[in-house]
Design a protein around this ligand. Structure first.
Ligand code: AMP
Length: 144
């Protein structure tokens, strides 16, 4: 199964926030959209960073409530690991495990942002694959 197949299933909508938005605005967006991370953009540059709920928690733990008035550019991760549509779900699982993050933006063949895959999408896909394999084995055994 490829990243492309996950995007076909879940869609290519990406929720973004400008790098000058406040952490409070980002926290509200994450809560409102029920998501765990948001892509940060700067002007016409597609991908300036990523801000996850963990960054919000760390920011408030380190700096207190004043962190919520600062811009997301202060706390976002700038060095973002991305994947391509032709990468496998296995590649993605390895990347997430190695990097200890749960979200990976997807770039198309022109290096343009075209989706975001979360660990939830990966787990859902793996469960469906495992279920299909089990069904095939069951059919094979009962036909033998
Ligand atoms: P997460 O597990 O995705 O909530 O994120 C944990 C930490 O990794 C946070 O500091 C995020 O900003 C960062 N992070 C999330 N996704 C990525 C990514 N694709 N590349 C690099 N860092 C990331």
């Amino acid at each position: 199964m490829l990243v492309r197949h996950i995007l076909q299933d879940k869609g290519r909508a990406i929720i973004v926030i400008g790098h000058g938005a406040t952490m409070g605005e980002a926290a509200r967006l994450l809560a409102e959209k029920r998501i765990g991370a948001v892509i940060v953009t700067r002007g016409t540059d597609g991908l300036a960073g990523i801000l996850s709920e963990r960054d919000v928690v760390r920011a408030v733990a380190a700096d207190g409530p004043v962190a919520l008035d600062r811009t997301v550019s202060v706390y976002m991760t700038k060095d973002v690991a991305t994947c391509g549509e032709a990468d496998t779900v296995q590649d993605l699982m390895e990347m997430m495990t190695r990097g200890r993050f749960r979200h990976v933006p997807v770039l198309d063949c022109n290096e343009v942002l075209c989706g975001l895959v979360s660990i939830g999408d990966v787990v859902k896909t793996r469960i469906a694959e495992t279920q299909n394999e089990a069904n095939s084995l069951r059919d094979y055994i009962s036909a033998a």
